[in-house]
Design a protein around this ligand. Structure first.
Ligand code: GLU
Length: 428
């Protein structure tokens, strides 16, 4: 599965690149991860023993700038998955026009099994091993699955201790007090929400008529659900890694969030201040949630959840990919033929890296922006990216994913071609 996820990512780049007549040299350059580092991360456990975790960092492509991308802590992390994620970051940064290439990192670990102190030691150990890969000018990590701002703070701190200078621009998604940006916390969900607002405008949707199912209630899924609920959308299903809930009437998202903070479970409740009551609902599995007949399906958990195994049962009109890689490439065409529109991850979840970019710019200029400023700038970038892709998709009858990859590969291509390609060197 994991090896095939990287092969899947490569297939998509090749297929779309060829159909969009992207230069073969550009496609070829995207077939090869520039540099991948594997390291053993020794961590002193609370019982005094030393455990060696495996950590990865892949700098995939730096044609457009320093490599950028999160670090995930998850038991399934492995090298090909990190490479696939780093390739998607290369495409994503180009889609939203950031001066970045793509990278990604990860540690094979179940962070839920670590104590807080073990988690801190692991985060610091990661940076000790990767200190000559990352830097504000070379490769800039950020949060991803099961990593958060506190972990980013520890990592920055360790990097600064090694280099003996302040370097807040080495990592983004930090706590505000350590140089983080206002608006970074909900930026991934907000970016997806802004894409849905674009759809709303184009189709004259009335939010209360539109049903939404959200798989995954982490940072991306929660904020997307919260913002949609605030605007009046009907969030009819929510799940986390343990399972989900469904109600035709829609849920009060803030109540579910409060309850999740308290009990660590997704439970169907309505809370009036601190008093929560159960509301009518059905329990459903993550697999069932994906097959609901809803207007918008938001996979916001892990990769590979929609593929040949369940494509016949997918009924949503729109799939907005908040997770990275939830739809496998072998069903891209089937979805297009079925008339199911996909707002691809490289656009739908690009709000996170966009505000990471703002954070990095602020760190490097030593100036802190106001929240409204961050929101306005994010709004402009997302709207432009969405409409560039929408227009190309309409003009060339491509899917949104196909158009997004085309835009990205053309941008990366321009940077590669500026150095000269075979045509240039062979010209008379
Ligand atoms: N991990 C996030 C992503 O996949 C954010 C990356 C970043 O902010 O650099 O887009």
């Amino acid at each position: 599965m994991s090896d095939s996820i990287f092969q899947d990512a490569l297939t998509r780049v090749r297929t779309i690149g060829e159909s969009a007549k992207v230069s073969p040299e550009v496609i070829e350059s995207l077939m090869h991860p520039m540099r991948t580092m594997t390291a053993s991360l020794p961590v002193r456990m609370d019982d005094g023993s030393t455990h060696y975790f495996t950590g990865y960092r892949c700098r995939y492509n730096n044609a457009l700038g320093p490599t950028k991308g999160g670090i995930r802590f998850h038991p399934d992390v492995n090298l090909p998955e990190v490479q696939a994620l780093a390739l998607w970051m290369s495409i994503k940064c180009a889609v939203v026009g950031l001066p970045y290439g793509g990278g990604k990192g990860g540690v094979t670990v179940d962070p839920k099994k670590l104590s807080r102190m073990e988690l801190e030691r692991l985060s610091r150990s990661y940076v000790r091993q990767m200190a000559d890969v990352i830097s504000p000018e070379r490769d800039i990590p950020a949060p991803d699955v099961y990593t958060n701002e506190r972990i980013m703070g520890w990592m920055m701190d360790e990097y600064e201790a090694i280099t003996r200078k302040k370097a807040p621009g080495v990592i983004t998604g930090k706590p505000i007090s350590l140089g983080g940006s206002l608006g970074r916390d909900d930026a991934t969900g907000r970016g997806a929400y802004l894409c849905i607002l674009e759809l709303e405008q184009k189709h004259n949707w009335i939010p209360s008529d539109i049903s939404v199912a959200v798989q995954g209630f982490g940072n991306g899924g929660y904020h997307a659900a919260r913002l949609l609920h605030e605007r009046g959308y009907k969030v009819v299903a929510i799940s986390d890694s343990k399972g989900g809930i469904f109600s035709q009437n829609g849920f009060d998202v803030p109540s579910i969030y409060e309850e999740k903070q308290r009990s660590r479970q997704v439970r169907a409740v309505y809370c009036n201040h601190s008093v929560c009551e159960q509301v009518e609902h059905q329990i459903l599995s993550n697999a069932e949630l994906l097959e609901l007949d809803v207007d918008i399906l938001i996979p916001a958990a892990l990769d590979g959840v929609i593929g040949k195994h369940n494509i016949d049962n997918i009924k949503a009109n729109y799939i907005v990919e908040v997770a990275n890689g939830p739809v496998l490439s072998d069903v891209d065409d089937i979805l297009h033929e079925k008339g199911i529109h996909v707002i691809p991850d490289v656009l739908a979840n690009a709000g996170g890296v966009t505000v990471s970019y703002f954070e990095w710019v602020q760190n490097r200029s030593g100036y802190a922006w106001e929240l409204q400023d961050v929101h306005e700038r994010l709004g402009k970038i997302m709207s432009k990216a969405f409409n560039d892709i929408w227009d190309l998709a309409k003009a060339e009858k491509r899917s949104m994913r196909n158009a997004a990859y085309t835009v990205a590969m053309r941008r990366i291509g321009q940077a590669i071609e500026a150095h000269g390609t075979r045509d240039y060197f062979n010209a008379d």
